[in-house]
Design a protein around this ligand. Sequence first.
Ligand code: ZN
Length: 348
Amino acid sequence: MVISRASLLFRRNSVTLEEVKTIPILDVATWLGLKLRGRSAHCFAHTPDRHPSLVFNLRRNTFKCYVCPEIRGSVIDLVMQVSKCSCKEAIKMLETYAGKPIRYRPSGPSLKRQQDASLSPEYKGMILDTLLQAAPLEKEGLRYLVGRGIDPDTALRMGVGSLRPETYQSLFRVLVSLHGRSALRRSGLTHFFLLAKEGLSFLLFPYRSGKRTHLIKARCLLTKEEADGRNIRRFVATEPAEILYNQDAVQSTSPLYLCEGEIDTLTMIQRGYAAIGIPGVNSFRDDWFKSLAGKEVILCLDNDEAWEKASEWFNAEFSRHGITHSRFSLPAGMDINQYFQQKEVCLG
Ligand SMILES: [Zn+2]
């Protein structure tokens, strides 16, 4: 039998499941072959992970990945997730590691079921709204928008907010005390730590339909070049968008201006157009074509390589769904926001 450090932790000749969870998590991580960098490591579940996103909380003896919402938990979870095995198999492995049999006492199936259940859309919306209400459009975020020609009134009308990393972290703690950690994780709000841990402020764009907030897209204020240089994602959402940005505009009887991203959509809304936003031409959902059936759509999409590749498919799908469409002709490499900014500067 291998005498590990863990076997010396427990005096009795068997240990309980709760005691197993107290085996130092860094020891278990090393035993599982993770390469530690202080209290963090590269995530075993997502690649590339150039800045180690897997962090260990030594006080709680837990781990979590800032990127993968499902990668987190106790020593037992770590073994299960790294080894891709069942709870029973993980306990067997830990018995070998601890050098002692583990007395297994299941910890309440009802609690487990409660943790696994997803949040109701209404409850999730309420949590997201609480964050938005506490995230006023402060100086830094406002400066970014004004720099792109977006006026504060339009931004506020669309519920745009912004947060500094330290404000997000303290708000997060308040929200945890109100709703519990598990609910917050399932709301997707933990994803913004990805930006906050880099010390970045970010804008918040709520995706709403009717009165309900479905998701929030965060955007840090770095340029594409700066973000690429630091290997940081500029956009982080609480979940992938299932609705369009400014979805309610689909009800409009006037032509719909389909834009790429929130800034372009805001650019058109500000000028009185019924504008809706998609994340990009490559992430257009099939049900969005259905929701636009019978409408007249003007495509304000970037005149770039992505469009070149997708245009044929787009045109065919629009025709198939009976969507009348035309294209707002933009100079090569320019988006609708740049177009209007340049045009209006020229006009004086
Ligand atoms: Zn991960």
